[in-house]
Design a protein around this ligand. Structure first.
Ligand code: C2O
Ligand code: CU
Length: 488
C-alpha cells in the first residue's frame, strides 16, 4: 500500500499523465484533510473540513447575496415548460475581475425552478458548451430516461427534454451535471441550480413564503490572483466560501421569520454551520419537512445535503448583524435592517414521515479507493462503475435495508452516500441512533471510515437502472458508483 508521502506525490504524477484532463484525481489527503486520523476531528464525528481560510481583507460582507432568479414557465396541457441553455458565461467573484464559468442560462447559480407536487415539468436543456454534459435532478423521483444517466449525455450543440413528474412531496432539490468523468469539474465550474417543489399541504402550514423563502447554495472555490475560478482537485486549496455565488456576502433581512434552504453545492466538503450563539429551527432535510421543528445550534452539511431552517429575526433590533459561521470562518452575514409584518408560523407539527414497511432484503454498500495503481480507482463493493453491469436487482414495491460503509480507513478519506430515485431514512450510525444531521427523509448522508450508516429505502415507483454513489464528485468521477435495476 502507499504511504502518505507517495499518495501526496501521486496527485502530481497522475495530473501530468492523464490526457485531456478527463480523469480527475481524488483529493490527496493532507494532514488538514484527513480528520479520520486527527484526534480532535475524530471526536467531532470524523467530518472533513478544508484547509485554513485565506482572508481577503476588505472583501468580507461587502456584496449583497443575490437570490437566484426564478424562471417563469410557459404552460402547455398542464405541464410547466422551461428552456435552459447550458453555456459559458462570465461571473465576477471579485469586483471588476470577470471569470469564465459554466452556467445554466448564464447564471453561476442556475435559475431556480419552482415546481408543484402533481404538476409535471418539462425542461429543454441545450448544450452550448464544447464538451459533454447532462442534467440530474438530485432528489427527484423521475423516470429513468430523464434521470441524467452518466453515459446518457447531451452532446455539444444538441438539446434534450427532461420530464419531471413531481410525484413527490414538497422538498428542496437541485439539478446538476452528471456526465461521466466530468461531473466534478462541470459542477465545480457552475453547473448547479435549485429545483424546489411546493405542495398544498405544506402551504397550509403557513411557513414563510415568497421573498421570505430563500434558497442559499453554499460551496467553496479556489480563486486565483485574477479572481478566476480555478478547478483544483485538492479541496484544501478551495479556501474561498461562496453563498449563492458571492464571496462572504451580507443579506439584509426584516425583523420577522425567514425560511432558508441551505444546499451544500461543494463537490467535496462538509460545512459545520453556526449562527452566532443563536439557534436555527430546522424544519426540513433533503426530502422535505421533518415531523416537527428541531432547534439546532450547529448543523453539519455534507456535499449535496440540504437543510431547511427558519430563523426568526424579530428577536433582534434593527441594526443587528448576525454572522453565519462555518468552522473555517464566516460564510454570510444577516443584517437586520427593517420592521415587517409576519403572518408566518412554525407549527409544532409539520409532516409525519411515511411508514416504513418491514424490509425484505439487506445489503452492504462499501465505498473505498483502490490506490495501488498509477491512477486512483473508486470502488463500491470492490468494483468500479460499469454501465453494463447491474449490481443490485430490486423489486419495485419492496423495502430494503442497506448498510453503507466507508472502508477507507488507512487515509481517513470521507465519503457521502447518495441514491437516485428514492429518499431513505437513516436507521442508525455506527451502531448508535441517528444524529440530528441524519433526520427526516434523506437522499444523501455523510459516511465516515469505521462508522457504518444503516438506511432503509422503499422502492415505490419507476423501473429501470439508477445509480447510487459517493457524492464527493471527484470520487464518483473516478467510478465510485454502483447501479441498481428496479424490476417488476
Ligand atoms: Cu447529486 Cu447522482 O447525484
Ligand atoms: Cu467518496
Amino acid at each position: 500500500m502507499l504511504d502518505r508521502r507517495r499518495l501526496l506525490t501521486l496527485g502530481g504524477i497522475t495530473a501530468g499523465s492523464v490526457a485531456g484532463g478527463m480523469l480527475l484525481l481524488p483529493p490527496a489527503p493532507t494532514p488538514a484533510a484527513t480528520p479520520g486520523i486527527a484526534g480532535d476531528e475524530a471526536q467531532h464525528g470524523h467530518r472533513q473540513t478544508a484547509g485554513k481560510r485565506r482572508t481577503r481583507p476588505g472583501t468580507q460582507f461587502t456584496k449583497r447575496m443575490p437570490v437566484p432568479r426564478e424562471l417563469t414557465p410557459t404552460t402547455r396541457n398542464g405541464t410547466d415548460c422551461y428552456r435552459i441553455p447550458i453555456q459559458q458565461a462570465e461571473h465576477a467573484f471579485v469586483p471588476g475581475q470577470p471569470s469564465v464559468v459554466r452556467t445554466y442560462a448564464g447564471q453561476f447559480v442556475g435559475p431556480t425552478i419552482r415546481a408543484k407536487t402533481g404538476r409535471p415539468v418539462k425542461i429543454t436543456f441545450t448544450n452550448n458548451l464544447a464538451g459533454p454534459t447532462n442534467v440530474h435532478l438530485h432528489g427527484g423521483h423521475v423516470p429513468q430516461s430523464s434521470d441524467g444517466y452518466p453515459t446518457d449525455i447531451i452532446a455539444p450543440g444538441t438539446s434534450r427534454d427532461y420530464h419531471y413528474p413531481n410525484s413527490q412531496q414538497g422538498a428542496t432539490l437541485w439539478y446538476h451535471d452528471h456526465a461521466h468523468h466530468v461531473e466534478a469539474e462541470n459542477v465545480y465550474l457552475g453547473l448547479h441550480g435549485f429545483y424546489i417543489i411546493d405542495d398544498g399541504a405544506e402551504r397550509a402550514l403557513k411557513l414563510p413564503t415568497g421573498e421570505y423563502d430563500v434558497p442559499i447554495m453554499l460551496r467553496d472555490a479556489l480563486l486565483d490572483e485574477n479572481g478566476t475560478l480555478v478547478y483544483t482537485v485538492h479541496p484544501p486549496e478551495r479556501t474561498t466560501i461562496l453563498a449563492n455565488g458571492v464571496v462572504t456576502p451580507h443579506f439584509p433581512v426584516a425583523r420577522r421569520k425567514y425560511r432558508f434552504r441551505f444546499l451544500n453545492g461543494a463537490t467535496e466538503r462538509v460545512f459545520r454551520l453556526k449562527l452566532g450563539g443563536a439557534d436555527m429551527i430546522q424544519i426540513g432535510s433533503d426530502g422535505g419537512l421533518l415531523p416537527a421543528p428541531v432547534p439546532r445550534s450547529e448543523i453539519e452539511l455534507g456535499s449535496a445535503e440540504r437543510v431547511d431552517v427558519v430563523i426568526d429575526f424579530s428577536r433582534y433590533p434593527v441594526g443587528t448583524q448576525l454572522v453565519l459561521q462555518d468552522v473555517t470562518g464566516p460564510v454570510l452575514r444577516f443584517d437586520v435592517t427593517r420592521n415587517a409584518d409576519d403572518p408566518s408560523r412554525v407549527p409544532d407539527t409539520l409532516r409525519p414521515l411515511p411508514p416504513m414497511p418491514p424490509a425484505t432484503v439487506e445489503r452492504v454498500v462499501a465505498m473505498r479507493f483502490d490506490l495501488s495503481g498509477p491512477a486512483p480507482i473508486g470502488l463500491v463493493n470492490d468494483k468500479t462503475f460499469d454501465p453494463n453491469r447491474v449490481d443490485f436487482r430490486i423489486k419495485r414495491g419492496t423495502s430494503e435495508i442497506w448498510e453503507i460503509r466507508n472502508d477507507d480507513f488507512e487515509f481517513g478519506i470521507p465519503h457521502t452516500f447518495h441514491t437516485h430515485l428514492e429518499q431513505f431514512r437513516v436507521l442508525d450510525r455506527g451502531g448508535r441512533p441517528p444524529t440530528l444531521n441524519d433526520a427526516g427523509r434523506k437522499d444523501t448522508v455523510f459516511v465516515a471510515p469505521g462508522e457504518p450508516v444503516r438506511i432503509q429505502i422503499n422502492f415505490t415507483e419507476h423501473l429501470g437502472k439508477y445509480l447510487y454513489h459517493c457524492h464527493y464528485m471527484e470520487h464518483s468521477a473516478h467510478g465510485m458508483m454502483g447501479q441498481m435495476d428496479i424490476v417488476e
